[in-house]
Design a protein around this ligand. Structure first.
Ligand code: GLC
Length: 535
């Protein structure tokens, strides 16, 4: 039993659903809310608790839902508000939680607020967005770029000013310095919180406030041509401004009007900056998403150093979290390589902190190659050929070996992975050694062991390709030893005369093995071992 009170979002596992690609219930080739409902039992049996659904709001879909034209509705493509209510009820009936994606930095250019704002310079909604006069040369007001290519400024002929957009020109940035914007957005949050939604994942939280003097960004000396043109500059003045923390705190106050809700911030920043988003006295975001495992090279020493730095940088009550994949990054199994995928899963689910899984990783889905005429992602369309496209990691979930992998009876919006007849839920459930069954065992072990859920993290000296650590709770200790390499490695955890038993292994031959003092692991092997006797 866990003695101290921990909140659900500290103990449990979160799972991201990209709704276009999870399950299609109405045969239009695009996933929807009733489709997710059909698969709730699957998620419950997997052992996850919090379901985060990427945006399903009304949207012209320039950025596949991250361009919202109504914050308090459901796009007909995904269903109705009744479908939503039903889904939420059924999630709660299963003692699970629902986290929505909230996109506060920008709206769609089709949002009625922007439609008004663009009408005239003295429209009451003009100050809801970021409008500026042209620079001295008649061009954009400064050198800020857009993450999806080109200038961040778009000129509006009829009013003779530029508006700022950090992403597509169809995604104008809101002016969060304006109290009216704040109130309107907080009310949108309350609309869903009143319905009983358990939390938000807040899109691009670190972008929300820009420099009030609109200073030019400095040139990035490390820029190379293979990178996105956005990286030519360091985003010093358009992101991570000190005043953003006041906004985050106000958002947190809205969450705190309700019980046990969680606020997660999407923030891509170095560790020292990331942890500032917990806020002073922990009044910021509960979980600033930690993407270290996504952005770092898959190298035991580098990962170990980052884990230690992160653990050491957390504020006193800051709860850690880990992410292994999402809809913006190459799939985990592709990034780390198939042989390392189980090591990565074990790491995600045994490090201290809330883990977030990405749909399909649990069956071993990989990036799918997208031909030029199948490209959907605006990032790939605007900045082609640099490997920035996000379609490969957004392909439909593979449920069974029927046509379209049981995702839809119509042609799916993105192609299905070629080997879906083997890599799919139904098939993997039948095979004891499948990736899916491995995940199920791993999740079950984690869910049953307080040490793995909330226990202390104790670093263990390791060398070469080995990364190991201990998790401990109320005297019960687990050693996690992971071989990141392709040759045999050993782990000597620095305990005196100890014995242990393997509770879970990446490779079945190690399962149940009794170990004394030294752990030898073959290539790509990992174990979770209970230390049973230790003087
Ligand atoms: C976030 C989302 C990404 C989206 C962008 C703009 O990074 O995760 O998918 O394109 O914000 O909203």
């Amino acid at each position: 039993m866990i003695e101290q009170e921990y909140l659900w979002w500290q103990k449990e596992i979160l799972y991201q659903i990209y709704p276009r690609s999870f399950k299609d219930s109405n045969d239009d080739g695009i996933g929807d809310l009733p489709g997710i409902l059909q698969k709730l039992d699957y998620l419950q049996e997997l052992g996850i608790k919090g379901v985060w659904i990427s945006p399903f709001y009304p949207s012209p879909m320039a950025d596949f839902g991250y361009d919202v034209s109504d914050y308090i509705g459901v796009h007909p493509m995904f269903g109705t508000i009744e479908d939503f209510d039903n889904l939420l009820k059924e999630i709660h009936n299963r003692d699970m939680k629902l986290i929505l994606d909230f996109v506060p930095n920008h709206t769609s250019n089709e949002h009625p607020w922007f439609q008004e704002s663009i009408k005239s310079r003295d429209d009451p909604k003009r100050e809801w967005y970021i409008w500026k006069d042209p620079g001295p040369d008649g061009g954009p007001p400064n050198n800020w770029g857009a993450a999806f290519g080109g200038s961040g400024w778009e000129y509006d002929d009829s009013t003779g000013q530029y508006y700022y957009h950090a992403f597509l020109k169809e995604q104008p940035d809101l002016n969060w310095r304006n109290p009216e914007v704040q109130e309107a957005m907080f009310n949108a949050m309350r609309f869903w919180l009143d319905k009983g939604v358990d939390g938000f994942r807040v899109d691009v939280m670190w972008h929300m406030i820009k420099d009030d003097q609109f200073r030019d960004n400095p040139i990035n000396p490390d820029y190379t041509e293979d990178k996105s043109p956005y990286d030519k500059y360091i985003q010093a003045y358009n992101t991570d401004q000190p005043e953003v923390h006041e906004i985050v705190k106000k958002m947190r106050n809205v969450m705190d009007e309700y019980d046990e809700r969680v606020m997660i911030g999407e923030i891509y920043l170095p560790i020292d900056k990331l942890v500032t988003y917990y806020g002073e006295d922990n009044e910021g975001t509960h979980l600033p998403f930690n993407f270290l495992l996504v952005v770092l090279p898959w190298d035991a020493r580098k990962i170990e150093a980052a884990v230690n730095e992160y653990e050491g940088s957390l504020p006193p009550d800051g709860w850690p979290n880990w992410v292994l994949g999402n809809h913006d990054n190459s799939r985990m199994a592709t990034r780390v390589g198939k042989e390392q995928a189980r090591i990565a899963a074990m790491l995600l689910l045994t490090l201290r902190g809330t883990p977030t899984m990405y749909y399909g990783d649990e069956i071993g889905m990989e990036d799918v190659e997208i031909s030029a005429d199948e490209v959907m992602d605006p990032q790939e369309k605007n900045i082609p050929g640099k490997g920035l496209g996000r379609d490969p990691e957004r392909t439909p979930m593979q449920w069974d070996d029927s046509p379209n992998a049981g995702f839809s009876s119509a042609k799916p919006w993105l192609p299905i992975m070629e080997n879906y007849q083997k890599i799919n839920v139904a098939n993997e459930l039948e095979n004891d050694n499948s990736t899916l069954n491995f995940y199920k065992k791993l999740i079950k072990l984690r869910n049953n062991e307080p040490a793995l859920q909330v226990g202390n993290f104790i670093p263990v000296p390791s060398e070469e390709n080995m990364f190991s650590f201990i998790r401990e709770y109320a005297g019960k200790k687990f050693l996690i030893a992971l071989n990141f390499g392709s040759s045999e490695e050993k782990c000597e955890p620095g305990l005196k005369d100890w014995k242990g038993k393997v509770k879970l292994a990446t490779h079945p031959q190690k399962q149940g093995e009794e170990i004394k003092n030294l752990v030898y692991l073959g290539p790509h092997q990992g174990v979770i071992l209970e230390i049973i006797d230790n003087q």
